[in-house]
Design a protein around this ligand. Structure first.
Ligand code: ADP
Length: 646
C-alpha cells in the first residue's frame, strides 16, 4: 500500500550528470552493475556494524545478502540487498543531489570536453548510482532505513525530475529495478537480462564482495525425460582478497577490487600488500591510483583507507592510518586486534594505530622508491599526478624526510624536458660547488628567464626550478640534502667567483659607485631595503633579492590570497655594474645630481627588475607613463619637427 506521490527536481549538477549518463558517453556500460553491487555491499557492511553496536536496532542480520533478478520478458533487472537502506530524507539528499567534492570542477571540465574526453572524465569521477541510466530508461527503487517502520519508493527516468512516495510494507534494505532500454537486435553482448551475462559481470567485477550475491539459475535437465530446473545460486566467491595468499590473486582481481574501494573506473598504478603478525596483527591491501582525483587539492575532501576489524567493515576513509600528504592512497586495512566500536577520536590517540600508520607510510614510500628505481616510466606518471601532495610530506613528516627527498623530482636548468632527482643533481655539481641552487616562482618560463639566474647559467651552475606553490614552503624548512645546503639564487649575497675556482672572465667595474648607491637607496627607500652592486647579473641591468630568511614574493602573494595580513617585505635592489644603463646612470649622477630625470630612471630600474622576475608593479600606469616619456627620446630623430605655427 502506498500514499500519494510527490515530484521533486534534481539538483542542477545532478541533472547535468544524468544527461551525460542517458546519452551515455561512456563506452563500457557494463560497469553499472559493479556500481550497484558496490553500493549494496556498503549497505550490508553498514547494517551489520550498526546491529552490532546497537542491540536494540530492529533488523534481521541472520542472512545478509544481495539478490539479482532478471525478467527477460519485462526487460527488467532488479538488484536487492538486505542492507541499511535509506530514509526518505536520505533518498532526497543523496540520490537527488551530488554532494561529492570535485563536482563543480568536473562539470566545468566536461563543458569543453569532447565525447572521448568526457567519457574519460566520467570514468575518473565515478558516478555510482547514476550509471544505471546508461542502460535503463526508467529506474525505480524501494528502500527502508533499518529501524524505521515505513519505506520509500523512488522513481525517475533521469530527465529533470523524480517521484517519491511512502511505502508501508517495504522489505528490509533496498531494491533497485532497472527498466532496461529496448534491446538492440545486433547487440546481444549487452543484454543484461541474460543469466550468462550477469554471471560474467559479477565474476569479472564483483567476485571479492564479501556478501553472497544470489541469482536464480537454470540447471539443464539431467536426463532426457527430466525438465530443466531453477535453483538459487551464489555466483561470487566472496573471498577477501587481502586475506588470500599473494600469489593466488590475479591482477584483474586486484584491479576490480581497487575500483570497488576507490570508486575509480581505471586500473591502479601500484598494488601494495602488507601483513603484520605478532602482538598486533593486521593485513593491508593498498593502491596507488593512476591519476589524481579532481578533489586532490580541495580542503573538504575526505581521505584515508577503509578500516576492517576482523573482516567487518567499520569505517570508510580512516584518516588516522594515512597521513594527509599520502591522501591519494586507497585500500583496506584489516586489524585483528581493534574493537568493533572504534571511533575516529580514539583512533587518533591510539598508540597501536600510530605504529600501524608508521609502517604503512614506510611501505608506501619504499614502494614508490622501488618504482623509481625499477620502473622509471611508471614513476614519471606517479610523480606527475601525485608529486605535489608528496612534497607536502617534506613539511610534516620529519621521520621520512630523507626518503621523501630521494623520491622527489624537480625541473632544473639541466634539461628542458626531463626532471631531475636531488641525487643526480648532486652528482652533476661542479668542482667546488657547495650548495644546491634553486629558484622559486610561478612558472618555469618566468624563473628560467629571471635575471637572478643569469650568472649561474653563464658559469654553468645547475639551478632547480621550483614552481609548485608547495615548493615555496618546504624549501624554506628543509635545510639540506646529502650534506648540501639548499640555497636560493634570489636571496642573500652571491659570490659565484668564490665558488668558481677558475679565473673570472672580466673584472667588473665596481669603482666609484658609492655616491650613486647611497642616493638610490634613499630615493627608492619606499620600495627597497638597499641598493647595491650585483655579481649575479650578466645581461639584465638590475634584479631584486631577498634576505636569507625573508619570505619570497610568491609566498607573500599566496598568503594574501588566503586572506592573511602580512607586512610588505622589502628586498634589496642589485645593479649590474657592467650594464650600460647602470654605468650611464653613474656618469649622469656624477654630472647632474638633482636632475628629476634621474629619479624617474631609478623608479624605472626598480620596475624593470620587478617585471623581469614576473612580479607585479604597484602602479603600472605610472610606470608606463615614465617609460613612454623615455621612448620618445629614444626614437630616431624625425626629419623635420612639425612646426606648431608660432
Ligand atoms: P557513492 O556510492 O559514490 O557515494 P552513489 O551515487 O553510488 O555514490 O550513491 C550515493 C549514496 O546513496 C551512497 O553513498 C549511499 O549513501 C546511498 N546508497 C546508494 N545505494 C544504496 C543502497 N543499496 N543502500 C543504501 N544506501 C545506498
Amino acid at each position: 500500500m502506498s500514499t500519494q506521490t510527490e515530484t521533486f527536481e534534481f539538483q542542477a549538477e545532478a541533472r547535468q550528470l544524468l544527461r551525460l549518463m542517458i546519452h551515455s558517453v561512456y563506452s563500457n556500460k557494463d560497469v553499472f552493475l559493479r556500481e550497484l553491487i558496490s553500493n549494496a555491499s556498503d549497505a550490508l557492511d553498514k547494517v551489520k556494524l550498526e546491529a552490532m553496536l546497537d542491540k536494540d536496532l530492529e533488523v534481521d542480520t541472520s542472512d545478509l545478502h544481495i539478490t539479482i533478478e532478471a525478467d527477460q520478458e519485462a526487460r527488467t533487472l532488479t538488484l536487492a540487498d538486505k542492507g541499511i537502506g535509506m530514509s526518505r530524507d536520505e533518498v532526497v539528499e543523496v540520490i537527488g543531489t551530488i554532494a561529492k567534492s570535485g563536482t563543480a570542477e568536473l562539470l566545468r571540465k566536461l563543458k569543453d570536453a569532447g565525447d572521448a574526453e568526457s567519457a574519460d572524465l566520467i570514468g575518473q569521477f565515478g558516478v555510482g548510482f547514476y550509471s544505471s541510466f546508461m542502460v535503463a530508461d526508467t529506474v525505480s527503487m524501494v528502500t527502508r532505513r533499518a529501524g524505521e517502520p515505513t519505506g520509500t519508493r523512488w522513481e525517475s527516468s533521469g530527465t529533470g525530475t523524480y517521484t517519491i512516495e511512502t511505502v508501508e510494507d517495504a522489505p528490509q534494505g533496498t531494491a533497485i529495478t532497472l527498466h532496461l532500454k529496448p534491446e538492440d537486435a545486433e547487440d546481444q553482448l549487452h543484454d543484461y537480462t541474460k543469466e550468462w551475462k550477469i554471471r560474467e559481470l559479477v565474476t569479472k567485477y564483483s567476485d571479492f564482495i564479501t556478501w553472497p550475491i544470489r541469482m536464480a539459475v537454470t540447471k539443464p535437465a539431467t536426463s532426457d525425460d527430466a525438465e530443466a530446473t531453477t535453483e538459487i545460486e551464489t555466483i561470487n566467491s566472496m573471498k577477501a582478497l587481502w586475506a588470500r595468499p599473494k600469489d593466488q590473486v590475479s591482477d584483474e582481481e586486484y584491479n576490480e577490487f581497487y575500483k570497488h574501494v576507490s570508486h575509480d573506473w581505471q586500473d591502479p598504478l601500484e598494488v601494495i600488500r602488507m601483513q603484520a603478525e605478532g602482538t598486533f596483527e593486521y593485513q593491508a591491501l593498498l593502491f596507488i591510483p593512476s591519476h589524481a582525483p579532481l578533489d586532490l587539492f580541495m580542503r573538504e575532501a575526505k581521505h584515508g583507507v577503509q578500516l576492517y576489524v576482523k573482516r567487518v567493515h567499520v569505517m570508510d576513509e580512516c584518516d588516522a592510518l594515512i597521513p594527509e600528504y599520502l591522501r591519494f592512497v586507497k585500500g583496506v586495512v584489516d586489524s585483528q586486534d581493534l574493537t568493533l566500536n572504534v571511533s575516529r577520536e580514539l583512533l587518533q590517540q591510539d598508540r597501536q594505530i600510530e605504529l600501524m600508520r608508521k609502517r604503512l607510510v614506510r611501505k608506501v614510500l619504499s614502494t614508490i622508491k622501488e618504482m623509481q628505481a625499477n620502473n622509471p616510466e611508471r614513476y614519471k606518471t606517479f610523480w606527475a599526478e601525485f608529486g605535489r601532495p608528496v612534497k607536502e610530506g617534506l613539511l610534516s613528516d620529519f621521520d621520512n624526510r630523507e626518503t621523501l627527498l630521494e623520491i622527489c623530482s624537480f625541473d632544473s636548468t639541466n634539461s628542458s624536458d626531463e626532471q631531475t632527482t636531488l641525487k643526480s643533481y648532486v652528482e652533476r655539481m661542479k668542482e667546488g660547488q657547495e650548495h644546491i641552487y634553486y629558484v622559486t616562482g610561478e612558472s618555469r618560463s618566468i624563473v628560467e628567464n629571471s635575471p637572478h639566474i643569469e650568472a649561474f647559467k653563464a658559469k654553468g651552475y645547475e639551478v632547480l626550478l621550483l614552481t609548485d606553490p608547495v615548493d615555496e614552503m618546504w624549501v624554506g624548512a628543509v635545510p639540506e640534502f646529502d650534506g648540501k645546503k639548499f640555497q636560493s639564487i634570489a636571496k642573500g649575497a652571491v659570490d659565484l667567483d668564490g665558488e668558481d675556482e677558475s679565473e673570472s672572465d672580466e673584472p667588473k667595474q665596481r669603482e666609484g659607485y658609492a655616491d650613486l648607491l647611497s642616493w638610490l637607496s634613499s630615493t627608492l627607500s619606499e620600495q627597497v631595503k638597499e641598493v647595491r652592486l650585483s655579481s649575479r647579473l650578466t645581461t639584465s641591468p638590475a634584479c631584486l633579492v631577498g634576505e636569507e630568511h625573508d619570505i619570497t614574493p610568491t609566498l607573500e602573494k599566496m598568503y594574501r590570497a588566503m586572506g592573511q595580513e602580512i607586512p610588505q617585505v622589502k628586498r634589496t635592489l642589485e645593479l649590474n655594474p657592467d650594464h650600460p644603463l647602470v654605468t650611464s646612470l653613474k656618469e649622469a649622477y656624477g654630472k647632474h645630481a638633482g636632475d628629476p630625470a634621474l629619479a624617474d630612471t631609478a623608479e624605472l630600474l626598480h620596475g624593470m627588475a620587478l617585471l623581469a622576475e614576473g612580479g607585479e608593479l604597484a602602479d603600472p600606469a605610472r610606470f608606463t607613463r615614465l617609460l613612454a616619456d623615455r621612448l620618445v627620446g629614444a626614437l630616431p630623430a624625425t626629419a623635420e619637427p612639425e612646426s606648431e605655427g608660432e
